[in-house]
Design a protein around this ligand. Structure first.
Ligand code: ZN
Length: 124
């Protein structure tokens, strides 16, 4: 198995509704997202074409979040809630690339703060 990772960024505004402190006021972040795909080599010696992965993630996730107000999409847009939603958007990756599966997501809210998600099994 080989892991293939591509990085994305998007700008978005949010405020946290269940939080008392700095993040309860509207503000913006440049979020960084790492999408890691697992698979075996195909006939072209790739797990997935980086260009194909880029198109898939842009279409499913980045186009919906970039320059948006996250509170219009989520009741309480914490990094944890956002990364779980991103997983739902991307988990059928094998529909565009047979044999490839979503392995891990990392979402940075600031340069030093990020969450990691590997699907529901992680919490069990
Ligand atoms: Zn924030």
């Amino acid at each position: 198995m080989i892991l293939v990772t591509k990085e994305f960024t998007f700008d978005a505004a949010h405020y946290l509704t269940k939080y008392n402190g700095k993040c309860e006021n509207p503000h913006g972040h440049t979020y960084k997202l790492q999408v890691t795909v697992a698979g075996e080599l195909d006939a072209e010696d790739m797990v997935i074409d980086f260009a194909q992965l880029k198109m898939f993630v842009k279409d499913r996730v980045i186009s919906k979040l970039d320059h948006n107000s996250l509170n219009e999409l989520f009741e309480n847009p914490s990094a944890e809630i956002i990364v779980m939603w991103i997983w739902e958007q991307l988990k059928d990756l094998d529909s565009v690339k047979e044999g490839a599966s979503l392995h891990e997501l990392k979402l940075w809210e600031t340069a030093t703060s990020f969450v990691t998600y590997r699907g529901k099994a992680m919490g069990k």
